[in-house]
Design a binder for this molecule. Structure first.
Ligand code: ARG
Length: 459
């Protein structure tokens, strides 16, 4: 036999570089806390069910508690020889309490152990992600509240379409984030299922009590099928998928911010604290943080595609391929939390250029729909009204005049239904204010949306 924990049936040792290839300790040590937690619950259960005697259980529990303290103090040293976090902890426990440590693995396999650690790891991080999203939502609502009547161009095809409220724009992202949060909350439901007790793949002959370990670890549910418990990673796929959608949302906002701080737009001014200079061009103030969050979105998609590809066609139950499930998830957590935090800080300190945004709605034809609606309200069929205004726009382009700059006589030539009150309707703030339809950009609607959001955030 060889020196490995599982060395009984082995005669030859793997070369060090082969061990290194197979080892996961370099990254799964991130789950050291969860591994000890899982072992504590497991061994206590072995005591409750009399599978182990009280003296052995106490010895193991004390050893694990000591290891946990050493972990917190940064004193635990892991080795590649011990392959992964599970065997490293067991080896350290053996060093500490002797061969009794070997009883810990009764009625357990690394397969249900690693799945349990991974569920616990994500279960602890999901609330943090949800909290960071909530913080960003609070910023959005506070900013929207200050900008209900800030008028800006609304775009389709990146062309001026119709004027909108900047508050309405901000609240659009609030709504996306609301659904993101719901997705992560649903993800929590599937992360809150305990694999422990599935053993290697088939369950165990020992009279274990899975409800006991689940209670101790705070799991709401227990995997009902041992093969499923050790071999699926759909909770991780959901996390990566939800994270991809969240990052996608942030990336769109980042793209807009990057455009809006440009010389061409100048809608927004970012705080110096969230921008960077150039090593050669002294005048530069670059929206690096927005670009970086936009860029990191690709990284998260990559992790999603990687795990999808790893899981595809994988036969039941455990396969070593599954060791590839962790790094992408760890990196996604490491990417998501600071991305949300930096984005929040960047947005909170960004100043809209209110005059410039408004001005951009006055030097264009984005009030053309207003005129068509004005005619339609006076009984002109909308299609016909659309045609009339289209003609006026064409005329305006040629004569370098916007609709509101045309004389009443000119407008009346296009349609006798047009009267002097039309100039009121052609103002961009009026165009926004009047959009009272539910969910529209009308001031009253935006205010209502904000009130609703505040209530949601206080729940
Ligand atoms: N390090 C392994 C992983 O991350 C732990 C489970 C190993 N189980 C096994 N039968 N080789 O998946």
């Amino acid at each position: 036999s060889t020196k490995k924990l599982w060395g009984g049936r082995f005669q030859a040792q793997a070369a060090k570089w082969v061990d290194e290839f197979g080892a996961s300790i370099s990254f799964d040590q991130l789950m050291a806390e969860e591994d000890i937690e899982g072992s504590l619950a497991h061994v206590k259960m072995l005591g409750h069910t009399k599978i182990l005697n009280a003296a052995d259980v106490d010895k193991i529990v004390n050893g694990l508690v000591d290891l946990r303290e050493e972990l917190h103090a940064g004193k635990l040293h892991f080795t590649v020889e011990n392959e992964d976090i599970h065997m490293n902890i067991e080896a350290l426990l053996t060093e500490k309490i002797g061969p009794t440590a070997g009883k810990l693995h009764t009625a357990r396999s690394r397969n249900d152990q690693v799945a349990t650690d991974f569920h616990l790891y994500l279960k602890k991080r999901l609330p943090k992600v949800i909290d960071e999203i909530t913080t960003l939502q609070q910023t959005l609502v506070a900013m929207a509240e200050q900008n209900v009547e800030t008028i800006m161009p609304g775009y389709t095809h990146l062309q001026h379409a119709q004027p909108i409220s900047y508050g309405h724009y901000l609240m659009a992202y609030y709504q996306m984030l609301k659904r993101d949060k719901e997705r992560f909350a649903f993800n929590m439901k599937h992360t809150d299922i305990m694999p422990l007790g599935a053993a290697a793949l088939a369950g165990t002959t020992f009279p274990i009590d899975r409800a006991d370990t689940a209670r101790e670890l705070g799991f709401g549910q227990i995997y009902a099928n041992s093969l499923d418990a050790v071999s699926d990673r759909d909770f991780a796929l959901e996390f990566l998928s939800n994270s991809s959608i969240l990052m996608l949302h942030l990336s769109r906002f980042c793209e807009e911010i990057s455009m809006w701080v440009s010389h061409e737009f100048k809608y927004l001014e970012l705080s110096d604290a969230y921008t960077t200079g150039s090593s050669i061009m002294p005048q530069k103030k670059n929206p690096d943080m927005a670009e970086l969050i936009r860029g990191k979105t690709g990284r998260v998609y990559g992790h999603l595609m990687q795990l999808f590809s790893t899981m595809k066609s994988l036969p039941l139950a455990y396969n070593k391929d599954l060791q590839e499930d962790k790094e992408g998830v760890f990196d996604t957590v490491k990417t998501l939390l600071p991305s949300l935090k930096v984005f929040n800080g960047m947005l909170k300190t960004a100043k809209p250029n209110v005059a410039r945004m408004k001005q951009a709605t006055e030097n264009d034809f984005s009030n053309a729909t207003e005129l068509a609606d004005y005619l339609a309200a006076k009984g002109v069929p909308f299609r016909q009204a659309h045609g009339i205004v289209g003609q006026l726009v064409l005329k305006g382009i040629k004569s370098h005049q916007n609709l509101q700059d045309m004389s009443l006589a000119d407008l009346q030539q296009a349609s006798p239904k047009i009267e002097a009150d039309v100039y009121h309707d052609l103002k961009s703030e009026v165009a926004v204010e009047r959009r009272h339809s539910f969910g529209g950009t009308g001031f009253d609607q935006v205010k209502q949306q904000i009130e609703q959001a505040k209530q949601e955030l206080s729940e």
